[in-house]
Write a protein that binds this ligand. Structure first.
Ligand SMILES: [Zn+2]
Length: 464
């Protein structure tokens, strides 16, 4: 079996073959840090997490970059309204974003470059485009001349019939009706932050940052670029234009786009009152694992309808899976006869592989997981699950959960005071002062922390 992904560039399922045999390089468009990210954004980041975890599961080394857009129309406007510096304002929401990723059990990318820290790389790229004849200057801003780039429109398949020479657009986000020359470098405006450059003072347009930062960390051609489908035009179309025009090389081999999320059947909007950040849902009592499950369980290319019922169903599914896992861990097999359970297990892993290799068909995997759970419950009820089979099943579940990350609740961070006590006890043990070590263990127990010494080191458990 080979891995297949739906490639927006070809509009079909393409066999996935990375440029380097064992390494996959991924660029994922990240957040504009002007506010808390909403659940529609997180659908896209959970999809990227699934992709990343699956490729690692298949034995690839993954190098992933996600940009942080910390300068644009929105961040500037909001920071000015709040009368704080752009950096102070965007730092606050960058940190909130990282906290949210942790809440959702999303693995960290390898690099999170910030746009404001890569102005030189952007200017270098603009210089290359300039000397290759793809740019022009107008009113202090630099624009990309799209009629000069013959492949423009290949990704988004926009209608190029209406391009007018020299008609420009200054906005970062615009629609397909606006196929115009887009801005690379925006001339300085009164009261806005700016950088001095050979093209005059100003600030970068949005698109140039992704081309400059992806190529800096991943090279001029890399494997996978991800993002929400709303980024196909103009953002990704413009990224391709800037990168290919500068290097003369293909930019990205596979473009993977995640479909929209709607809420209760409607487009999410603040005016309709159906707009949710992750924090809104957690504050209303939703569990982070249930939200993760809900965002994960619909195939990434299908529209996801986020409803109260679907969130309830996700809670029920997570409860069922986590309870099952705990019952399995606690189960004491008394039977040693071999039952045809091993076959079901091998099938489980095989089924997981085959479905995820098929453009990340997660729904198929989850269905199978619930079937296996019922089967195992039947075996445990009739006391015909052997110890060997139990061990193999637990191993298989761990392997699957390295992708899903839903079986176990995240471990609580220990309070500082407890960490200090554990450190003191470790030291006492090293000094062979076992009396003191025991006293500290007792103290920890009074604070509901149970310490176990194992071959792999110490383990702790919070008593309920
Ligand atoms: Zn981007």
């Amino acid at each position: 079996m080979s891995i297949k992904f739906h490639n927006t560039l070809t509009r079909k399922l393409d066999e996935f073959v990375p440029l380097e045999e064992k390494t996959v390089k991924i660029y994922s468009c990240g957040p504009t840090v002007y506010d808390y990210a909403h659940i529609g954004n997180f659908r896209s980041y959970v999809f990227t997490d699934l992709l990343r975890r699956f490729l690692k599961y298949k034995g690839f080394k993954v190098i992933q970059v996600m940009n942080i857009t910390d300068v644009d129309d929105k961040t500037i406007k909001r920071s000015q309204e709040q009368k704080v510096s752009l950096k102070e304002y965007t730092d606050r929401f960058t940190n909130a974003f990282f906290e949210d990723l942790k809440t959702l059990g999303i693995e960290r990318a390898d690099y999170y470059p910030r746009a404001t820290e890569h102005i030189n790389e952007m200017i270098d790229l603009i210089k290359r485009l300039d000397s290759a004849g793809y740019t022009y200057l107008s009113d202090g801003s630099v624009y990309f001349k799209i009629s000069q780039f013959k492949e423009y429109g290949r990704l988004s398949r926009v209608d190029l019939a209406n391009i007018k020479q020299g008609v420009r657009v200054d906005l970062d986000e615009y629609t397909k009706d606006d196929v115009k020359d887009f801005v690379l470098w925006k001339g300085k405006k009164e009261g806005e932050p700016f950088w001095d450059t050979p093209y005059g003072p100003g600030r970068p347009g949005w698109h140039i940052e992704c081309s400059a930062m992806s190529m800096k960390y991943l090279g001029e051609t890399f494997d996978i670029h991800t993002g929400g489908e709303d980024l196909i035009f103009p953002h990704h179309e413009n990224e391709i234009a800037q990168s290919v025009a500068a290097t003369g090389k293909p930019f990205v081999k596979y473009w993977l786009h995640c479909s929209h999320l709607i809420v209760e059947g409607e487009k999410m909007s603040k005016s309709k009152g159906n707009f949710f950040t992750l924090r809104d849902l957690i504050n209303r009592g939703a569990s982070s694992k249930a939200i993760r499950y809900l965002l994960l369980s619909t195939h990434y290319r299908k529209q996801l309808n986020f409803t109260k019922e679907s969130l309830n169903a996700a809670h029920a599914a997570i409860d069922k899976l986590q309870n099952f896992y705990q019952v399995l861990l606690d189960h004491k097999p008394s039977n040693n006869s071999d039952e045809p359970f091993q076959k079901a297990l091998t099938e489980l892993l095989g089924f997981f592989d085959a479905n995820l290799e098929d453009d990340l068909n997660i729904s198929g995997c989850l269905g199978y997981l619930f079937d296996l759970m019922s089967e195992t419950n039947r075996f445990m009820d009739s006391d015909i699950l052997t110890q060997n089979n139990k061990n193999s099943l637990i191993q298989a579940l761990h392997r699957i959960d390295s992708i899903l990350n839903i079986l176990k609740e995240p471990e609580k961070e220990l309070p500082e005071e407890i960490k200090v006590l554990i450190g003191q006890r470790e030291k006492a043990r090293k000094d062979k002062d076992f009396k003191l070590a025991d006293e500290i263990r007792q103290k920890l127990k009074e604070k509901s922390v149970l310490i176990e010494d194992t071959k792999e080191g110490i383990r702790w458990k919070i008593l309920k």
